[in-house]
Design a protein around this ligand. Structure first.
Ligand code: NAP
Length: 493
């Protein structure tokens, strides 16, 4: 196997950074990378230090100068090469997502497809989107041109849950718009969220230094990245707690924080719906990737007229879900990423039962596998409802009218995704208008993302929007160039 071939295999030597177009093995201590299904260590990556962060930023600053002068067509050509490599490495990427991130087959497929659509969008970017604009001036003889320029260096910090896609969500737009990138993946998923992406771009004609990947613990080098003087934008996806710290550090350097943070999505179900359909969508919204998605259904809000039937049907189906190692592609519920996340989930369940919820099914665990869990008689104040539980847990809360549904749905610090199920479109649209969230999906469930649609949240769920034309606000600077074509009257001067 060639060195490049090896860079997709779990047996490869992953004790490397990718800086300035080179694979570097630093003299550093290492971080173990574990398969959450078996809890076996299968690789180790370097524990990067502040000096490594500086090396990565130096390379990114230098490379970006020339890249910003290349044409959009040249940049898109490189991205198209990355699309082709990615497609040819589909199975390796999916295998790595199963082993490193505990992704079941539907999740690996979903993650790969969302990433592919995103990178293809930027590889085919419509030049009109970033073309100069001529604007009318109020001043006689003056013309104005508005130009979109790259920001410079984008620091990218993704989480572990959708590691591959959430790094891809920033890298192709950054590069297409003339920026360079320093990427630090989560130390739970340093390969699929970082080094694997370097492998893909290493096979393209991307000039050296435009994509730099360093691994390391957020607690050790996170501040050096978020607060780096050379970071023009910090594109952070993760918890609200760390996001606030990242925003403070970035703001101190007047770098732009682009923040995609936590969520607590409500799934509002009115009484006039088809039960089978809403339960199927409800199951997907809660159990896809074991509930470890920022836009997972965290709470089911169900009208009291169909509440008992919904609980019965949902419980029956949840208790049948196949749980186990994602390498067996029949399994639909894989492991939780680590023990501390598992313990948090189990605590939320136990506290909710102590607070009066009825445990309809689940509640237990084996290793890192948490049983699909359904809690009825839930209220919005219970631990599993008011916290982002990030697990395969469905608290089901009854409501008696639309005002109450909206009050409960909005009674959270978060405002990322949400969904409304209702057969009366006028009523459904009214409910959707009143939900405080960056995204509301009518007659669907909350897990939905498209490369051309604005993705982001309100309240404590973040700042800014990813994807399509909306990311231009974060990844480009707007420059106003005016031309005065006739002498101006400068008043008294
Ligand atoms: P996290 O603990 O906040 O970590 C996210 C990333 O930040 C990781 O790469 C982590 O590195 C790094 N980090 C840790 N401390 C840092 C610091 N001081 N400075 C800079 N970076 C630091 O979140 P997580 O547990 O990985 O992910 C789960 C959370 O992400 C959930 O709240 C979920 O809702 C949210 N999320 C949001 C979206 C969205 O689009 N809105 C998408 C997915 C997930 P280490 O791993 O090395 O510590």
């Amino acid at each position: 196997m060639s060195v490049q071939e090896e860079r997709y295999s779990i047996e490869a030597d992953w004790n490397v950074f990718y800086i300035d177009g080179e694979w570097v093995t630093p003299d550093r201590s290492t971080i173990d990378v574990q398969n959450p299904a078996t809890q076996e260590v299968f690789a180790e990556v370097p524990a990067g230090q502040p000096d490594d962060v500086e090396d990565a930023f130096d390379a990114a600053v230098e490379a970006q100068k020339e890249w910003s002068n290349t044409s959009l067509e040249e940049r898109k050509k490189v991205l198209q090469q990355a699309v082709d490599v990615m497609k040819s490495r589909r199975q390796e990427v999916m295998d790595m997502l199963a082993i490193e991130a505990g992704s079941t087959m539907p999740k690996s497929m979903g993650e790969f497809e969302t990433a592919r659509q995103t990178i293809e969008y930027w590889a085919n970017l419509d030049p009109e989107l970033i073309a100069d604009r001529e604007l009318e001036s109020d001043f006689s003889g003056k013309t104005s041109r508005i130009v979109k320029e790259p920001q410079g260096v984008i620091a990218v910090i993704p989480p572990w849950n959708w590691p591959f896609h959430l790094a891809i969500r920033s890298i192709p737009p950054a590069l297409a718009l003339g920026n360079s990138v320093v990427l630090k993946p989560s130390s739970e998923t340093p390969i699929s969220g970082g080094l694997l992406l370097a492998s893909i771009f290493a096979e393209t004609d991307l000039p050296d230094g435009l994509l730099n990947v360093i691994t390391g613990k957020g607690s050790e080098i996170g501040d050096d990245i978020a607060g780096n003087n050379d970071a023009d934008v910090v594109a952070f996806t993760g918890s609200t707690e760390v996001g606030r710290r990242v925003a403070r550090l970035a703001a101190d350097q007047l770098s732009f924080p682009a923040l995609e943070l936590g969520g607590n999505a409500p799934y509002v179900v009115t009484e006039d719906v088809d039960l089978d359909e809403v339960v199927t969508a409800g199951m997907f919204g809660t159990f896809y990737h074991q509930g470890q998605i920022c836009i997972s259904t965290n709470r089911h809000l169900v009208h009291e007229d169909i509440y008992d039937d919904y609980v019965k049907e949902f419980t029956a189906r949840a208790s049948e879900l196949p749980v186990g190692d994602p390498q067996d592609t029949q399994n639909l519920i894989g492991p939780i990423i680590n023990e501390s996340q598992r313990d948090k989930i189990i605590n939320f369940i136990q506290e909710s039962v102590d607070q009066g919820a009825t445990l309809e099914t689940g509640g237990g665990y084996d290793g890192l596998f948490v049983e699909p869990t359904v809690l009825s008689d839930a209220t919005n104040e219970m631990s599993a409802s008011c916290n982002e539980h990030f697990g395969p847990v469905a608290p089901i809360i009854p409501f008696s009218n639309d005002e109450e549904a909206i009050r409960i749905a909005n009674d959270t610090e978060f405002g990322l995704s949400s969904a409304v199920r209702c057969d009366d479109w006028e009523r459904a649209r009214k409910l959707a208008d009143e939900i405080e969230a960056g995204m509301v999906h009518i007659n669907d469930q909350p897990i939905h993302e498209e490369a051309t649609m604005p993705f982001g949240g309100v309240k404590m769920s973040g700042m800014g929007r990813f994807h399509g034309e909306w990311i231009l606000d974060e990844f480009t600077e707007t420059k106003w160039i005016s031309e005065q074509h006739e002498p101006r009257d400068y008043l008294v001067f």
